[in-house]
Design a protein around this ligand. Sequence first.
Ligand code: 4FV
Length: 249
Amino acid sequence: MRFDVVTIFPEIFRGVFEFGIVRRAIDAGLLDIRLHDLRDYTSDRHRQVDDRPFGGGAGMVMKPEPLFRAIESLTHGDGNASTVLLTPQGRLFDQSVAREFATTGHIVLVCGRYEGVDERVVEAAIDDEVSIGDYVLSGGEIPAMVVVDAVTRLLPGAVGCEESIERESFANGLLDYPQYTRPAEYRGMKVPEVLLGGNHGEIEQWRRRKSLERTAGRRPDLLVTDKADQRDPEQIQREIELEGKVKEL
Ligand code: 4FV
């Protein structure tokens, strides 16, 4: 997987990709991240990347020329490269988008700054606009880090045990079940017996019920999407009670 990141602050990424799973994926040759300073694609001696907005208004807008030059040089000769602008106007980035990107092979991440980029860049040079959430950041660099981290974890071989990827939050459209580790009792707080009993069938059932309960309680929106399943929330509620009764048996 190759990521090219276009930004006016390449140094902001130093350190972020030098630890953990992303570092290991780079060392294992699974991931190739290249940082590009947008100013290197300017042609004036002031290396200008922004200008005042037509129509007036506060702030500055990123100029089209440096962005077109950067994007065209980074996608040149690679038909399946995808150009992604990080912007609050984009579709919401979630685990399913991360799974989609993990099969893309080559993504050029364009990090906006100021009030945003000239719309002609979006119309003619950007394939996909992605937002990491409904809040306004000072730049697209942190969203780019989020995308790289979430996608890298899904690259085959990037995370030690693939099983943990299939099992984790949102993998099955549900929130994760509670996790515990030693000591079995801490400050009077005990680990649920079922997890100490070694009965994997019961443990799986308990975990499924906890995931359903949590999701129904905290994120019912996740329960009515095609990701979870077609059943209506009432059905899910009945399943939680049912699994509860089964448990008591
Ligand atoms: C953002 C987001 C975000 C908007 C103006 C950069 C800033 C500035 N990007 N998800 N939320 N971008 O707030 O992706 O150009």
